[in-house]
Design a protein around this ligand. Structure first.
Ligand code: PHE
Length: 337
């Protein structure tokens, strides 16, 4: 019996120390309830009283030896597994990284956001209106009845007799005055459409930003101060503003507004075509007819409005000489901003 025990011990230890041995399976095989050692111990009942403690002691030693070896090998296997994983997952932190190309805001969007920030800073809200618009808001509510010659200046895309693609952002003025009570102080950026052939300065789709202020005692001075503040923030502190008389059906008086050339400071250069001034927007005092049509009493309230092309400001600011660059999404162009 002693020989059997020692043989089991020798076999077990050699099996356990094998590389990659399945330790749990070996534990069951040697020490489990139906294991080899247990089977031998069952036979101890047949031994004599003198033999029993001797064999019992050997059996305990064998069990202990196998148990210890199992524990030790488990640790060795765990360490080996950790080493293997560390080697497999090793990262060389000295390898240079791959540069990730970062996109940026489109210049047209950049300028629109800059404009919005400036007017928000002066207490204006942003209001949006529909691009598919009624003739009523695009023209009639703006003091341009059917057959009015001013319609010819804006080559409008009609969808039906009374539905069109808005040719300006001014219909948002009318919509806002209908809905809100003064004081009103809004800007409205967005797409507008005109049936113009595409060339370096024209596009059938472009962007405008409208401005509207209505309150008691609003004057031309307020309009001038607001636009002066805008021009300084947009083009630089030294920028001056000039009003030239003009005509729009929905404002009276009306003006075209120039800023002093921010490239040459007014001396005259290529950008301002030697003028020293650059036209950037149309503006005026809201016509009493427009206030009345929109439900605001012109005896009690007055207002001013202005509208400017976002493409135009973008092209001036970034010296872009062809409007098509803004729509073609040529990465070689866009990457310059
Ligand atoms: N809507 C005019 C245009 O498109 C610009 C404008 C807006 C003029 C507001 C005066 C007041 O030309």
């Amino acid at each position: 019996m002693k020989d059997t025990l020692l043989k089991i011990k020798a076999e077990a230890l050699s099996a356990i120390t094998q590389d990659g041995a399945d330790l749990e399976a070996l534990r069951i095989r040697y020490l489990g309830k139906k294991g080899e050692l247990t089977a031998v111990l069952r036979g101890m009942g047949k031994l004599s009283a003198e033999e029993r403690p001797v064999i019992g002691q050997i059996a305990n030693e064998v069990r202990e030896a196998i148990e210890n070896e199992l524990v030790q090998r488990a640790q060795v296997q765990k360490a080996a597994e950790l080493d293997r994983r560390l080697a497999a997952e090793k990262i060389d932190v000295t390898v240079p990284g791959t540069e990730i190309a970062v996109g940026h805001i489109h210049p047209l969007d950049r300028v629109q956001r800059d404009m919005e920030e400036i007017f928000i800073g002066m207490g204006f809200d942003i209001v949006e209106g529909p691009e598919v618009e009624y003739d009523y808001y695009n023209f009639q509510a703006l003091n341009i009845p059917p057959d009015h010659p001013a319609r010819d200046t804006q080559d409008t895309f009609y969808i039906t007799d009374n539905i069109l693609l808005r040719s300006q952002t001014s219909p948002v003025q009318a919509r806002t005055m209908e809905k809100r009570k003064p004081p009103i102080r809004i800007i409205s950026p967005g797409r507008v459409y005109r049936s113009d052939a595409m060339d370096a300065t024209h596009s059938p789709l472009f962007h405008q930003m409208e401005g509207l202020v209505v309150d008691k005692n609003v004057t031309m001075g307020d309009l001038k101060g607001t636009l002066e503040m805008f021009a300084k923030k947009m083009f630089g502190e030294d920028t001056k503003v000039r009003f030239r008389p003009h005509h729009f059906p929905f404002t009276e008086p009306s003006a075209e507004v120039d800023v002093s050339c921010f490239a040459c400071g007014g001396k005259g250069c290529r950008l301002c075509k030697g003028e020293g001034w650059i036209e950037i927007l149309g503006a005026g005092m809201v016509h009493p007819n427009v206030l009345r049509i929109c439900g605001i009493d012109p005896e009690e309230y007055s207002g001013f409005a202005f509208g400017m092309g976002i493409e135009r400001v973008t092209m001036l600011k970034y010296h872009i000489d062809d409007i098509r660059h803004l729509y073609e999404n040529d990465i070689r162009f866009l990457a310059q901003f």
